[in-house]
Design a protein around this ligand. Structure first.
Ligand SMILES: NC(=O)c1ccc[n+]([C@@H]2O[C@H](COP(=O)([O-])OP(=O)(O)OC[C@H]3O[C@@H](n4cnc5c(N)ncnc54)[C@H](O)[C@@H]3O)[C@@H](O)[C@H]2O)c1
Length: 355
């Protein structure tokens, strides 16, 4: 059987995790790459053995390759809708990085394009593919936690606004809510059994700016970091209610006067509880005794390299019809509804109720 021909659009920071995973998949041929920045496109082509003639600056040229089967889209958030719809219309299967897009209206247009094209679209909710998530999911599916009625998640950076497009609301859609919150909201929602959202009450804060004055402490900066540009929130918190009575509480920040960074994801059910992050742990009660159980596994925290490989392999298996996408476009739409409601609630200072 001939190999699946894959193209990559957006050859920035995250693209290497996609490219490495494709390179390691024997059923795939890395075939084309596109980036607005020509040097970046050519450098990735060179590094991953893609013909120089198939390194494009205009992604439409890549999509025009009729022999190309599928694309990974790793561009800025404000291009996700346009590029993914164009790819679907060109008959390509799509793996789109998170967040699906910037607005619910865009999300619905992408959903429609998936339906009319009949192609596979997988949203890059990579944490679903982490070992700790997959292990916990087995316990949840077997009923060990019982009905999960509460989840709590935090992703707090004390000093970590990446700047560049991440700090420009027009291009990113927002700050830590859409960049970090998307991961922890999705992973809680997925493990809670994807309940329908009922309401969102949130607060968003623009109090500290990007703190470009701070010295002696390094952090990740985008290639186009500009200290004078920052239009995104620095902190948000939210209470999300679901139709089944369950709730999710979260907070996220790009910067905060916190002692240290914090990542925690916790789920509580009628029969047991679990911590997914910072390290997988199960809590239970047996014979009138409370137990904290630590799985003996290679990594109890999110194992990014392994998870990206699984995400890509799952995309390939979905294209080849061996499985259904674990994170279909419908899930991307639901998460966009929550993300947008957090911003709306924060701006309007009231609860957003879904009818
Ligand atoms: N899953 C994860 O954990 C994870 C982590 C980081 C980033 N991301 C997501 O990946 C995407 C990219 O993030 P990044 O950190 O790699 O950003 P980046 O700025 O490092 O790279 C983006 C690249 O896209 C290129 N680009 C922009 N518009 C383009 C277009 N129309 N055609 C071709 N190329 C274009 C830019 O020139 C740039 O090289 C974002 O949506 C981000 O949210 C996901």
């Amino acid at each position: 059987m001939s190999k699946l021909k894959i193209g990559l659009i957006g050859a920035g920071s995250i693209s290497d995790l996609h490219l490495k995973a494709y390179r390691d998949n024997p059923e795939v041929e890395l075939y084309a790459v596109s980036d607005l920045n020509e040097a970046r496109a050519k450098a990735k082509a060179e590094a991953y053995g893609i013909a120089n003639t198939r390194a494009f600056t205009n992604y439409q040229d890549l999509l025009a390759l009729s022999e190309l089967d599928a694309v990974s889209i790793c561009t800025l958030n404000n291009t996700h809708a346009e590029v993914s719809i164009a790819a679907l219309e060109a008959g390509k299967h799509v793996l789109i990085e998170k967040p699906l897009c910037q607005t619910v209206e865009e999300a619905l247009r992408i959903e429609e394009a998936v339906r009319t094209s009949g192609r596979v679209l997988q949203v890059g909710f990579v944490r679903r593919h982490g070992s700790n998530t997959q292990i916990l999911k087995k316990f949840i599916d077997a009923g060990d936690l019982g009905d999960i009625y509460y989840a709590k998640a935090s992703c707090l950076r004390r000093f970590g606004n990446p700047g560049g497009w991440f700090a420009d609301k027009k291009r990113s859609g927002g700050g830590p809510v859409i960049d970090l919150g998307v991961h922890i909201i999705d992973i809680c929602w997925y493990l809670m059994g994807r309940p329908k959202v009922k309401s969102v009450s949130a607060n968003t804060y623009h109090r500290l700016g990007n703190r470009s004055n701070v010295q002696h402490l390094s952090f990740y900066k985008t290639a186009d970091y500009d200290a004078s540009l920052n239009t995104v929130e620095d902190l948000a918190n939210a209470l999300i209610r679901f139709e089944n009575g369950a709730s999710l509480m979260l907070d996220v920040s790009f910067t905060l006067h916190a002692k240290s960074d914090e990542l925690s994801v916790k789920l509580y059910g009628e029969k047991g509880g679990a911590e997914l992050e910072p390290e997988l742990l199960l809590v239970s009660e047996k014979y009138d005794t409370i137990l904290n159980m630590s799985p003996q596994i290679d990594s109890r925290s999110f194992d990014a390299g392994v998870a990206f490989s699984r995400e890509i392999n799952h995309f390939v298996d979905s294209i080849l019809g061996r499985t259904e996408p674990l994170s279909p476009v419908e899930d991307g739409v639901e998460i966009m509804k929550i993300l947008c409601a957090i911003y709306e609630s924060g701006e309007q200072g009231r609860e957003i109720i879904f009818s």
